[in-house]
Design a binder for this molecule. Structure first.
Ligand SMILES: Nc1ncnc2c1ncn2[C@@H]1O[C@H](COP(=O)(O)OP(=O)(O)OP(=O)(O)O)[C@@H](O)[C@H]1O
Length: 276
């Protein structure tokens, strides 16, 4: 069991000519393997700042971020091990993959860096990871990102994140840049992988309906403060905070229901896994 804990975390950004800007105000939560927490809030509420602190792109101004009770190491093997355990899926599958490199290269890299398998098993492991994200390995492995659709690229990004066999996955708006018709397929895939690997997932989203469906718990952020949290159904069906109610009322369809979340063969839930 792996646990990532935010304990009273505050983040102030220095803004030129305007002093400091409070982006996170005393935020505490615990993400553990096997559970999915959705982090919801309007633009500017601080969601990405939490992701940046977790991935060490930013440092908190105050408070503690602890992995299994210890502060995140700042350098060396400890930091490498932390980065292997906590992986990120970014919003933009177009920007997060290097256009000059093949899909094979993208997935091989973390396998080599983290010495996940012996060298002679890397090829097989790349193929296995592609199949895990329901991509056809033969027709995908030697392509470059621009030869794939947005949904296929995001599947490659997920395969790359899983390559290091992490315990926790931070998914920052993982489907918001994808065509609406294929979003559900990618979210179902993430849900399947979460269950198969007992991952802890922090699902950052604007979308209350998918937050409810794909998460155990929802945490609502407003201007850097957690204003409400609780079991997903409770937060959506019976919001206690005015801001959550406003978010819910502004949401196009917060009670929307979704089809199954069990593993599907490539192409069953959407056609993104099929070769182009
Ligand atoms: N590097 C930075 N320097 C100064 N202010 C920043 C910086 N990054 C974020 N902010 C400010 O911090 C606040 C929180 O931003 P953040 O990006 O975390 O919000 P968000 O909820 O992720 O928004 P979005 O959904 O639009 O990505 C915003 O007011 C933003 O303008």
């Amino acid at each position: 069991m792996t646990t990532l804990e935010f304990r009273n975390v505050t983040k102030r950004y220095r803004v030129r000519g305007a002093g400091k800007m409070l982006a996170l105000d005393d935020v505490s939560f615990t993400l553990e393997s096997g559970r999915t927490i959705a982090l919801v809030g309007q633009s500017g509420s601080g969601k990405s700042t939490i992701a940046k602190i977790i991935t060490q792109l930013e440092r908190q101004s105050a408070g503690d971020v602890l992995l299994d009770g210890s502060p995140i190491p700042r350098s060396g093997r400890g930091l490498r091990r932390y980065r292997q355990q906590v992986r990120m899926v970014f919003q933009d599958p177009f920007a997060s993959l290097n256009p000059y490199h093949t899909i094979r290269h993208h997935i091989e890299r973390p396998l080599r860096l983290d010495k996940v398998v012996p060298s002679d098993e890397i090829e097989g492991e790349v193929r296995r990871l592609l199949e895990r994200v329901r991509l056809d390995a033969d027709s995908t492995i030697d392509r470059r990102p621009h030869e794939l659709s947005g949904g296929q690229r995001q599947r490659v990004a997920i395969a790359r994140a899983l390559a290091s066999r992490p315990s926790l996955l931070i998914a920052d708006e993982p489907v918001s840049m994808l065509d609406v018709s294929i979003r559900l397929g990618v979210l179902n895939l993430l849900a399947d992988l979460q269950r198969e690997s007992n991952l802890g997932v922090l699902y950052i989203t604007h979308d209350l309906a998918t937050a409810r469906h794909f998460s155990d718990e929802i945490m609502v952020l407003n201007r850097g403060r957690v204003v409400e949290r609780g079991p997903a159904d409770d937060v959506i069906l019976n919001p206690q905070d005015d801001y959550t109610r406003a978010l819910r009322n502004a949401s196009p369809d917060p009670d929307r229901h979704f089809a199954r979340t069990t593993a599907s063969p490539a192409g069953a839930a959407d056609t993104e896994g099929a070769p182009a």
